[in-house]
Design a protein. Structure first.
Lengths: 426, 426
């Protein structure tokens, strides 16, 4: 298929939260204590909440930058692309990149809202979390209907409250919950306890996908304190196989047959090997470990419950039938450094040139529409939704940006990984 | 190719060290302090050394057992197959399984000799380690020339001594060193320091392969304390990608262009995705991280330095050209629970039925011969080396075993993972 003819929905992008996020959504009595943007002495913009300080990291908002300028230093809003935090600019960037719709993971609260969970004042935390979700659903996603797949943060500290919040946001049309890849690593009960059952019941009842982003256990793949950062960047996606194995063999899958889980930013090329490994583990060991999927193989169970995604993964595309044609979605990862925005459609078209159109359409948008109960075609026709049509709408929107102060944003080779691990929410 | 016509060399099997190992090899003054087998009150045989007690784990010697009897309890020599610890029986088991030659990783000392390294008396540790290597090379491998690829343990606590030991064993024809997948996790300097340079110089000079077995950083893939053991079994092989990434981006590869590394028991189906990920990481990030392979891509560098292996990996076989036909060897994993001994040739032949004979021969033996500088054909002709010829030699050797006391060895579902992690050397 020609890049211009494709329809593209990305199931993994990121929002850099704008100042004023909470203004319209938090009750007045919590306004003072809610998270706030503060300008630091070195000119960076940081979020502050209850004593925590969370910088924006350069590498998390490099969309449009020359690669020489990638880096992991803290940054300020006037140094990053407005499309990262301004919904009107974001929609223009999406159109310029040929992207019909996009699901946006949070930045400063952490992928599972750890920042809010850390607050000792749980009433405040709950008010902040609800305000965040309302902002995300009503304002960020609501301003341009059919362009943003709404996503909610979980109540990490209370499974019952979390279930209630899931039901509350589902009533507003939100069918995606961002969650941690491993609650045990964050100090909560694991996927193997019954602690989370109220939540699993709610997501099944409300048809909400549990979207698990890589890195959401708060643990980066750091092999050694002095390892080059390239090691961590290489290993990040495959590490999500830990979450996949943890959930696949857990009681969650067995007790909640309707549960749907997305492995976000995890890539796909490793999945066929992983499925073989699951089946071999079952074959060699289930007689003494007692695993039982009612006669099904683990690989079949995986395909019933897991959505995977890729940016442009030649191995995953070649092996798409071994993964499951209904189990692969596309992601752009805007504005992170893995993204090839605004040329992602051309990149994918080149890699997928041998795929039949019907199969490619499943990957680029149909699976996303179905898994996330999200229908963009209520708002525009398919003809208005192609890469070419969207680009024509936005005209000559500028997709380039040079750093205003390259001195601040050049290289970061000397910065040790330990600091990155503490700083990064990814 | 028919299973009976294949020639099979396994680059990953395991020896369960027999009592009396040190008798002929340790200087008299260290005999009393050397590791010893002790019978415990519950009837298990355990190794003891300097206050440490290391049991044999049932799951590490299940060859020939019905799968219902797999388990992770400690065991005794009279409950496990003699081929695990007796070289004469091992050779018969190899022949019955159609295996021409085999490389055997250590059991009780740990994959990188951590048990010896833990000794406060370094003279004793060195004597024990040299005795172990002499036993392995001269007695275990030497009794049946051309059947066992000799392998040496490293001097983990002293890089200069380690280099000297590599040169000493290489002079005896040993071209494989078992090493840890991550020295940093064991408390030693990482692959990114210059600490190990004397060792890397020695392995390059002596044409010795650094054989890195999964699990050799002493860390199992435990997602949560209450996770089913199936999670860990599933994840073990892929975790070696951490070692591959750590070494690939390290100064070792750049400063020692002749170094050869084997990823043992790591499987292969994930490698094509991993190589794509390496190249994408390089493409997106090298301008700011400063990585430089002299114009080569990381995937090319990988193929120059890394040997992979599989038991029977359908995805790896399908993608063999993306991995590198010269970079794949075969393994049996006798007597561990992943092994399909004695039917491994039939299992591989079924999975590899569409591969041209010349390609399959590279995988089943030619790559092992070349990488490990090991020539079994000095001792027998190719015609005498096939699966069929070896099986004919050994006649009706009994390949079945039932546990004498199934009550001790049945199920282990209730045993928590934490204990396994401490007990297991794998």
């Amino acid at each position: 298929m020609n890049a211009e003819d494709m329809i593209m929905i990305s199931v993994d992008d990121h929002v850099v939260e704008p100042p004023g996020l909470f203004d319209q959504h938090i009750p007045a009595r919590y306004r003072e204590a809610a998270p706030k943007i503060v300008k630091t002495e070195d000119g960076s913009d940081v979020w502050t909440f209850g004593g925590s300080v969370i910088p924006n990291i350069g590498l998390n908002a490099v969309a449009g930058r020359p690669k020489e300028e990638y880096g992991i230093e803290p940054t300020s809003f006037d140094e990053i692309r407005p499309g990262t935090y301004d919904i009107h600019e974001r929609i223009k960037d999406m159109s310029a990149g040929g992207i019909l719709a996009s699901m946006n993971f949070p930045s400063f609260p952490g992928f599972s809202g750890r920042l809010f969970a850390a607050s000792a004042d749980k009433d405040l935390a709950m008010a902040v979390l609800r305000a965040y979700n309302d902002w995300h659903i009503d304002e960020w996603a609501g301003t341009y209907p059919g362009r943003i797949i709404p996503m909610a943060l979980p109540v990490l500290w209370d499974a019952e409250e979390c279930a209630r919040e899931v039901r509350r946001v589902a009533a507003k049309g939100c069918h995606s919950l961002t969650f941690t890849e491993n609650p045990a690593k964050l100090g909560y009960p694991s996927f193997h306890s019954d602690h989370w059952d109220p939540l699993w019941r709610a997501v099944c009842d409300e048809n909400v996908v549990v979207s698990i982003h890589l890195g959401s256990s708060g643990q980066l793949s750091v092999t050694a304190a002095d390892a080059p950062i390239d090691v961590m960047i290489t290993l990040q996606p495959m590490n999500i196989c830990q979450a996949a194995a943890d959930l696949l063999w857990s009681r969650v899958i067995k007790n909640f047959p309707d549960i749907k889980i997305a492995l976000s930013e995890g890539g796909t090329g490793w999945i066929p090997y992983f499925l073989d490994r699951l089946d071999r583990t079952y074959d060699m060991h289930h007689l003494w470990t007692g695993q039982d999927f009612g006669g099904k193989l683990p690989s079949e169970v995986f395909r019933e419950h897991f959505l995977t995604c890729f940016i442009a993964d030649p191995v995953g595309i070649a092996l798409r039938n071994l993964i499951g044609l209904d189990n692969i979605a596309w992601e752009c990862d805007y504005p992170h450094s893995d993204s090839s925005w605004p040329h992602a459609p051309e990149e994918l078209a080149a890699v997928a040139r041998d795929i039949p159109d019907a199969e490619l359409s499943k990957i680029t948008y149909e699976n996303a529409v179905r898994w996330y109960s999200f229908d963009p075609f209520q708002h525009r026709t398919r003809e208005q939704s192609t890469v070419g049509a969207l680009r024509a709408e936005v005209g000559d929107h500028d997709v380039s940006i040079r750093a205003r102060d390259t001195g601040r944003l050049q290289r970061s080779v000397g910065m040790e990984l330990g600091k990155l691990a503490e700083m990064s929410t990814a």
